[in-house]
Design a protein around this ligand. Structure first.
Ligand code: NAP
Length: 524
């Protein structure tokens, strides 16, 4: 029988931190469950000291050893069985079906990164052999590959308690690259986090992996996270969550005596552009698809479409009003998200020209919100920049433009986003004109579809220009997420025995390498 202790997990030991108490809450009735205590500077120091020690060992490990560990973690998460789903549902109200799917995504990611580590080609090995007789100067032997960076802090989001949390994509990719990970547990699902840390503990014991490779610091309030981000032993941060939280960590990391990179995936409004002729022909179907995407998971997805830009169309507004009222309601993840949603709805209702088109009633404690659709004219939207900010929850704003020119103007006025979608098959020329504006502003462009439901595969791009992400060049979903937690090192005229195995002449790993500019598996 699995029990929850309320402890944090630091380098193979369960510890009781000295900080303030907080509780696991059921969002349906805010009933408190298991108590926890927040970690403080002492626990952060302890986790970092252990991580730095573990790193000296981890950097020498081959990819297959790391892969065996990641697979063991995936197996242990599955072995938690229904308990994990029940505990997680109690803390998030996301429901067993969604959570079982998210567990599959989490273990799938762990195994995908295990395969990447075992196969070893992710290091992008490149060898340029020496030319001692080159004139006027001889050329040295140069060999370059990606190497781990050292201890990485992971801050997960509340809305993905498994796939973007303790054993989520940031943790899996950082470990796969050979880095120790310290997770700052999200206060919205501490019991779920502890169960997953128990899975890590069992995998560490069964594989003999260095204990300092993983720690979970439970905390509510910013203290432990700020200490972690400031700690001189930390080398990088992976963050998924709000713009305010991500920006705060970016600023802390930049203000350190030695700044470190922060890979933050933050909020997004994911604009959907709807051509007038396309709406005239398929408006009802688009309203069904769009409202389904807005309301999925009670709107608590980073890819939820919070803006729909169209030429004014009252018939479509009617379709949207009905579709949003008909969509099932769910629960918000925590009282903080409820309060932020109420503030966001108040901001929309109090903005000149914005009209709430449908039902407005919350349940008694406000945790089950209405599925809200608003309307504003293109002119009023352009006059108030805050209308383009995320309101996290089942909310979308229809921007009714004068004409297609105004749609294009709005496209070029938007900030960075994770995604942008275009429905314009019946509007000749519109997609071509929207495309460059979206390429400059989003990470993923969707045609005739909706942004929720992020496929996890090598061709995925989950990121985008600020404020969607802190580093537009990287992705936090898909196997290339590993590249965030590694850096290139070049070895010049290095003796064979000092080179990492991937760069040795014989190519003992049998990986593809760029040898004098050509991709090959041949030895040097
Ligand atoms: P959050 O409030 O930013 O919290 C994320 C984590 O950061 C928590 O552990 C939080 O813990 C910590 N934190 C927040 N502010 C901090 C600060 N100033 N200093 C230090 N630590 C801080 O986000 P959330 O409520 O979990 O998630 C909802 C948001 O995430 C939405 O805006 C959503 O769009 C976004 N999201 C984005 C993606 C994506 O991939 N882009 C995915 C999922 C969610 P403490 O409060 O204990 O400090």
């Amino acid at each position: 029988m699995t029990t929850i202790s309320g402890h944090s997990y630091i380098a193979g030991e369960w510890v009781t931190p000295g900080g303030a108490a907080f509780y696991s809450l059921d969002p349906r009735d805010e009933a408190p469950g298991q108590g926890f205590r927040s970690c403080e500077k002492m626990e952060v120091d302890r986790a970092l000291t252990a991580a730095e020690r573990a790193y000296t060992h981890m950097r020498t490990l081959d990819g297959r050893t790391i892969a065996a560990f990641l697979k063991a973690v995936a197996d242990e998460i599955e072995a938690l069985g229904d308990t994990l789903i029940e505990v997680c549902d109690r803390e998030t109200a996301l429901g067993p079906v969604r959570l079982a799917g998210e567990r599959g995504r989490t273990t799938g990611q762990l195994r995908a990164f295990a395969d990447i580590a075992a196969q070893g080609e992710w290091v992008q090995a490149s060898i340029d052999t020496a030319m001692p007789d080159r004139q006027p100067l001889p050329k040295s032997d140069l060999r370059r590959m990606l190497r781990p960076v050292g201890p990485v802090a992971v801050f997960g989001a509340s809305n993905f308690p498994l796939a973007f949390s303790v054993a989520g994509g940031d943790t899996a990719s950082a470990l796969a690259a050979g880095n120790p990970v310290i997770v700052k547990g999200h206060p919205s699902h501490p019991a779920t986090s502890e169960l997953v840390a128990q899975a890590f503990d069992r995998a560490i014991v069964s594989t003999g992996f260095p204990a300092g490779c993983f720690s979970l610091l439970q905390s509510a309030g910013h203290e432990a996270g700020v200490e972690l981000a400031r700690h001189p032993g930390l080398q990088a941060i992976g963050f998924t969550g709000s713009l305010a939280g991500g920006r705060a960590l970016m600023d802390i990391a930049a203000a350190r005596p030695r700044p470190i990179p922060v890979f933050a995936e933050m909020g997004s409004v994911n604009p959907v552009f709807l051509g007038p002729e396309t709406l005239a022909r398929t408006g009802e179907a688009i309203a069904t698809g769009l409202s389904g995407s807005v309301c999925m998971g009670t709107g608590q997805f980073c890819t939820s479409p919070g803006l729909a830009i169209m030429v004014a169309d009252e018939v479509f507004e009617g379709h949207m009003r009905r579709a949003m009222d008909a969509a099932p309601r769910g629960y918000l993840l925590n009282p903080g998200i409820r309060d932020a949603l109420i503030q966001g709805l108040d901001r929309l209702t109090n903005t000149d020209g914005v009209e709430w088109l449908n039902e407005t009633d919350f349940d008694a404690n406000g945790m089950s919100p209405p599925n809200a659709v608003f309307r504003v004219s293109g002119d009023a939207f352009l006059a108030e920049r805050r209308l383009a900010e995320e309101v996290f929850g089942p909310v979308t704003l229809l921007v009714a433009c004068r004409d297609q020119e105004q749609m294009l103007h709005i496209a070029t006025s938007l900030d960075g986003n994770l995604t942008g979608a275009i429905h314009a098959d019946d509007d000749p020329g519109l997609s071509d004109r929207l495309l460059p504006a979206l390429e400059d502003r989003v990470g993923r462009i969707i045609f005739n579809g909706y942004p929720t439901g992020v496929e996890v595969c090598p061709s995925q791009q989950h990121g985008g220009p600020f404020p969607a992400a802190s580093d537009a060049a990287s992705t936090s979903v898909g196997t290339d997420a590993i590249l965030r937690f590694a850096r290139f090192i070049a070895y010049q005229d290095a003796p064979q025995e000092l080179l990492p195995v991937a760069l040795r002449d014989a190519n003992p790993l049998g990986i593809h390498r760029r040898l004098n500019g050509r991709l090959t598996r041949k030895p040097v």
